[in-house]
Design a binder for this molecule. Structure first.
Ligand SMILES: [Zn+2]
Length: 212
């Protein structure tokens, strides 16, 4: 569902850009709003959310899909934790569809999907592993890397129930906006994937606005 934001970027408390292949791991406090901007179009932002109070509580694709009775994420979606608690709500969305079925790219999946020699290419899972290793203060480790959201990524489900990785439907300047319902740790891998049509084989930076 397309829903424009009422927030003014001039009033944002912070703005940062994350290059493709980089990670961003920071807290977002309850009632703060995070806008993720697809600056150049067809980028994929692979994201995990954790409760800041207890990282064992984390975003759950299963609980979110079951409770909203829809496999796609968009404005109006409440992202639920594995304990059934609301973590964030998508309050605005100018892209209209985001995936939480396809999972993040990894060196292993690159090998299976594309070719054996892709094994050494940088993947989202590498960025997450680096992030948790460089940010021990959050108490998150390898075992906490679980199922994620791929913002701006288009993974339609076929009539037969199959998954297809399709061309992106996002464009330059499209954004998704989330309001935190609890204090969360946000872990973003801005996808470095060069083999997938979903980002037009051209990974690009994303922009992050935060409102207090
Ligand atoms: Zn990726």
């Amino acid at each position: 569902m397309i829903k424009e934001s009422h927030l003014n970027t001039n009033e944002a408390a912070r703005y940062e850009e994350v290059l493709a292949g980089d990670y961003w791991m920071k807290p977002l406090l309850k009632n703060q709003t995070l806008r993720i901007v697809d600056l150049h179009g067809n980028q994929a932002a692979d994201i995990l959310f954790y409760s800041a109070a207890d990282p064992a509580e984390r975003y759950s694709a299963m609980d979110t899909i079951r409770e909203q009775k829809n496999v796609y994420l968009t404005a109006g979606t409440t992202l639920l934790s594995n304990m059934g608690n609301p973590m964030l709500t998508i309050i605005a969305d100018t892209c209209g569809r985001h995936d939480t079925l396809g999972g993040a790219c990894a060196t292993e999946s690159n090998t299976v999907r594309y070719a054996l020699e892709k094994k050494t290419m940088h993947a989202c899972r590498d960025s997450w592993m680096l992030a948790v290793a460089e940010n021990e203060q959050f108490g998150i480790s390898k075992r906490d890397i679980t199922h994620n959201i791929n913002f701006f990524m288009n993974v339609p489900v076929t009539e037969q129930g199959g998954l297809t990785f399709a061309d992106g439907i996002s464009e330059a300047g499209k954004y998704v906006e989330l309001q935190a319902e609890m204090d969360v740790i946000v872990l973003i891998s801005n996808c470095p994937q060069l083999n997938n049509p979903c980002n037009a084989y051209n990974p690009t930076p994303i922009g992050l606005y935060i409102w207090d």
